[in-house]
Design a protein around this ligand. Structure first.
Ligand code: GRF
Length: 207
């Protein structure tokens, strides 16, 4: 009892290093930015692990170059509570940030990390969200629809695809001459500027 109070107090006082796991499936530019952000800013949080479901994804190379441990987990592994919870425990993971992770997160992880698991989506949700809306498909749809603005959304992860409570949104204009690739570039810049900070403020609580 006494021990638990001491632990809680330390946590409130931000004395404990909070360990983040990033889940990603692809390129990993967001993952790299998050890793660097928590390294470069002296805070009591760090990225301890990158979980990836694609053995050849660039994110694995990026993480390894930065000295962050990686775990390649198949879809079946990710849906296996015994395997996943063991991995999370082994790395003492406090919170999870999805960054271009293309699988649904299993409910046992959502339950365990309630309020501490977030995703970034490259549109102004609820627009251009849901099944099939990922990566360049989103920016193509935005340009095809003649949208005047688009943006990013950081949200809690729930059982609904792109449907959890919204934490943060930031919009940018779409110019008439913008191609989907132009929009993607602007979105990446926006993600770099905001996502690591929002993770810090929201799920790690260190800011
Ligand atoms: C980002 O645009 C992110 O918003 C979305 O997937 C993309 C991943 O890009 N969820 P990267 O792998 O971080 O470069």
């Amino acid at each position: 009892m006494v021990e638990q109070s001491a632990l809680q107090l330390a946590e409130y006082a931000n004395l404990i290093m909070k360990r983040i796991a990033i889940f990603a499936s692809g390129n990993g530019s967001n993952a790299e930015n998050i890793i660097r952000y928590f390294r470069e800013n002296p805070r009591n949080a760090e990225v301890a692990l990158v979980v990836c479901n694609k053995p050849d994804a660039m994110v694995l190379e990026r993480a390894s170059k930065l000295g962050v441990d990686t775990a390649v987990m198949t879809r079946a592994d990710i849906n296996d509570p015994e395997k996943m919870l063991k991995l999370m425990d082994q790395y003492e993971i406090y919170s999870i940030a999805l960054a271009g992770f293309l699988l649904m997160v299993p409910s046992f992880l959502i339950e365990r990390y309630e309020g501490r698991i977030v995703n970034i989506h490259p549109s102004l949700l609820p627009k251009y969200g849901g099944k099939g809306m990922y990566g360049k498909h989103i920016h193509e749809a935005v340009v095809a629809a003649g949208e005047k603005e688009t943006g990013i959304t950081v949200h809690f992860v729930s059982e609904d695809c792109d449907g959890g409570d919204i934490i943060f949104q930031k919009s940018i204009p779409v110019e008439a001459t913008d191609t989907p690739a132009d929009v993607e570039e602007k979105i990446h810049a926006l993600e770099k500027e905001h996502y690591p900070r929002i993770i810090g403020e929201t799920i790690v609580g260190t800011h």
